[in-house]
Design a protein around this ligand. Structure first.
Ligand code: CAA
Ligand code: NAD
Length: 304
């Protein structure tokens, strides 16, 4: 029998309010999609300027969606955007925000200590039923869950950039995640019109375990002087059918985030620590040091 998908408009649906931590590239995208599909959402960032930036990302992304949806009708476009934004609150107070949360989605900087601090402080304040999830690209979910007293209600919920466009979400279960929590998260993803896949808690899950070494190999190839970033990108787009070349993609993801992933895996990634596949790249390190973080800072391998 086909189980009816419960949605957030059903009284029985366990998730009504979603609290997203981090208003960067990913946090803002997750907020946009959740608000679009009728969830009440709070977007939290410690940095008020980043909250403004995140709201700006959401507005410009919604404008693109609205223009497509209601071609010539500006009033309809405006109504569509304002209706979605009416479900979004912003906050710089992490603890106050979690008091009302049914679901926490953490999308702050890719640093294990920073994420553990956040989750341990939230755990004491969040209602017992609140499900905690992390959008981490590379960190073990178990290492985040262990700082809380709710390991059965803790999972990975890994969205892809740009969130409004990319259909996939990886739902990551640890040894402790309760099956009904995974079920709720799978339903949540479907209610956002996303396609969830399930995966064990291993470094990089499915996509990044394949994609990050590929992007790093591309950087090494340029470091060896084999070809220019432009030619590598052209080659992978026209020769392998990728929508973006690896350098466009690193710029899109963020050079800092890519570096944090590599450094973490090289240091202690299960089955990856010390592997030359994930060794630091001098080129990447230098660019990050000089503040060239990709599209989000206006320059990475390319200028924007
Ligand atoms: N918000 C809303 N709508 C958007 C959008 C956004 N951010 N980006 C694109 N769109 C929509 C628009 O409707 C747009 O139409 P208009 O131009 O008329 O507004 C339509 O998509 C097509 O957009 P483009 O012509 O600009 O884009 P495209 O067809 O070239 O596709 C892309 C853009 C989807 C980003 C595509 O280039 C792509 O798939 N790139 C690869 C992305 C990828 O691999 N992401 C994964 C990164 S890894 C990761 O996320 C995991 C991690 O942990 C690091
Ligand atoms: P980003 O640099 O765009 O944004 C990170 C945000 O977190 C910043 O606004 C920062 O002010 C905020 N922040 C830092 N510490 C905080 C705290 N303690 N509390 C609240 N906010 C805090 O980063 P991003 O690209 O959005 O990545 C966020 C997470 O999502 C990372 O774990 C990353 O690995 C993961 N991720 C990134 C991508 C990508 O393509 N960029 C894709 C999937 C997953």
């Amino acid at each position: 029998a086909v189980r009816a998908l419960s949605t957030n408009t059903d009284a029985a649906h366990p998730i009504k309010r979603v609290v997203v931590y981090g208003s960067g590239l990913m946090g803002s995208g997750i907020v946009q999609v959740a608000a679009t599909y009728n969830y009440q959402v709070t977007m939290v960032d410690l940095n008020p300027a980043m909250l403004d930036k995140g709201t700006g990302y959401i507005r410009s992304s919604l404008k693109r969606v609205a223009r497509k949806k209601f071609a010539e009708d500006e009033a309809q476009q405006k109504h569509f955007i304002e209706d979605i934004l009416s479900r979004v609150q912003t906050s710089t107070d992490p603890l106050a925000a979690v008091e009302q949360a049914d679901l926490v989605v953490e999308a702050i900087v890719e640093n294990v200590a920073t994420k553990r601090n956040l989750f341990s402080s939230l755990d004491g304040v969040a209602p017992p039923h609140t499900i905690f999830t992390s959008n981490t690209s590379s960190l073990p979910i178990g290492q985040l869950a262990e700082v809380t007293a709710r390991p059965t209600k803790f999972a990975g919920l890994h969205f892809f950039n740009p969130v409004p466009q990319m259909k996939l979400v990886e739902v990551v279960k640890t040894n402790d995640t309760a099956p009904e929590v995974i079920e709720t998260l799978v339903d949540f993803c479907k209610s956002l019109k996303k396609a969830p896949v399930q995966c064990k808690d291993t470094p990089g899950f499915i996509v990044n375990r394949l994609l990050v070494p590929y992007m790093t190999e591309a950087i090494r190839l340029v470091e060896r002087g084999v070809a220019s970033p432009e030619d590598v990108d052209t080659a992978m787009k026209l020769g392998a059918g990728y929508p973006m070349g690896p350098f466009e993609l690193v710029d899109y993801i963020g050079l800092d985030t890519t570096k944090f992933i590599l450094d973490g895996w090289y240091k202690s990634g299960e089955g990856l620590a010390g592997d030359k596949l994930v060794a630091p790249s001098e080129k990447l390190n230098k660019l990050v040091e000089s503040g060239r973080l990709g599209r989000k800072s206006g320059e990475g391998f390319y200028k924007y």
